[in-house]
Design a protein around this ligand. Structure first.
Ligand SMILES: [Zn+2]
Length: 263
């Protein structure tokens, strides 16, 4: 089973989003400089003996050209999505969109679901958790929910496969429900034989290594349900302890650069 990290470009944003109170005013420094930094956007291509799996579909190629609403782009500036569209990113690791047999959406936020248009009108199955699909529609079509869902990403002719709980996607490829960041967030445990370690796809349970390894909380705006978030972190840590798996974080540039080409 080969696993490739796909480079979908970078988001530039305040580091306080991922690291709660990374920069905070204190009595002796009441106007500290904020830290503006880089967040990686990646997808996974898993070449499994029973099918080629795409994990997430990334950012829409026109996100910087008005496809993303201006306030969202101002907060999360994905400046190069057109250079890192899905077809280009797949081509860099030797695949094409037509090679993808199934898609898993960890969740449907705009930095993860913007490439779904590639699969609209096809019979490629797209797996998503029931609670995610419900929450995405609620968010995009009503004043409730959260702003990071764009109906134009997912309100399409998609062959949805609704995941109700945890399940085996393919042999050795288990989907984990890890809510917190969103109600229907999916992670994965990919078991690999031989010298390669297991992979534990934490994704946006932990935007950065610090969230997981140093137990630094993410900013409140990134956590929909903090109790569920704590439980999901416990679940992943427990599984990491039992398997020695490599844990993949959601948007960590350093980890992305370290693992790209060597997963
Ligand atoms: Zn994300």
């Amino acid at each position: 089973m080969e696993v490739h990290l796909l480079d979908r470009g970078q988001i530039h944003a305040d580091m306080n989003f991922a690291l709660d109170a990374e920069v905070a005013a204190v009595h002796s420094n009441q106007s500290p400089d904020l830290q503006y930094g880089e967040y990686a956007v990646w997808n996974l291509l898993v070449d499994h003996p029973e099918g080629t799996v795409l994990w997430d579909t990334g950012v829409h190629p026109e996100a910087a050209d008005g496809y993303w609403p201006r306030p969202l782009f101002e907060a999360f500036a994905h400046h190069d999505p057109d250079e890192h569209d899905l077809a280009t990113a797949l081509d860099e690791v030797g695949y094409a969109v037509a090679d993808v047999d199934l898609v898993v959406q960890s969740h449907l936020h705009l930095d993860h679901a913007g490439g779904l248009h590639n699969f609209a009108g096809t019979d490629v199955p797209v797996y998503v958790h029931r609670r995610e699909l419900e929450h995405a529609y609620l968010s995009a079509k009503s004043p409730a929910g959260d702003d990071s869902y764009l109906a134009s990403d997912f309100d399409r002719d998609i062959n949805w496969q609704v995941v109700e709980g945890e399940r085996q996607l393919l042999p050795g490829f288990e989907l984990l429900h890890v809510p917190g960041h969103t109600p229907g967030l999916l992670g994965a445990h990919i078991q690999r034989e031989g010298e390669n370690e297991d992979l534990l796809v934490a994704g946006d349970v932990a935007f950065l290594a610090e969230n997981y390894e140093e137990k630094r909380e993410m900013g409140a705006s990134l956590v929909y349900d903090s109790r569920a978030q704590a439980e999901s972190l416990r679940k992943l840590r427990d599984r990491e302890r039992r398997t020695g798996a490599t844990v993949l974080y959601g948007h960590d540039v350093d980890q992305f650069e370290r693992l790209q080409g060597s997963l």
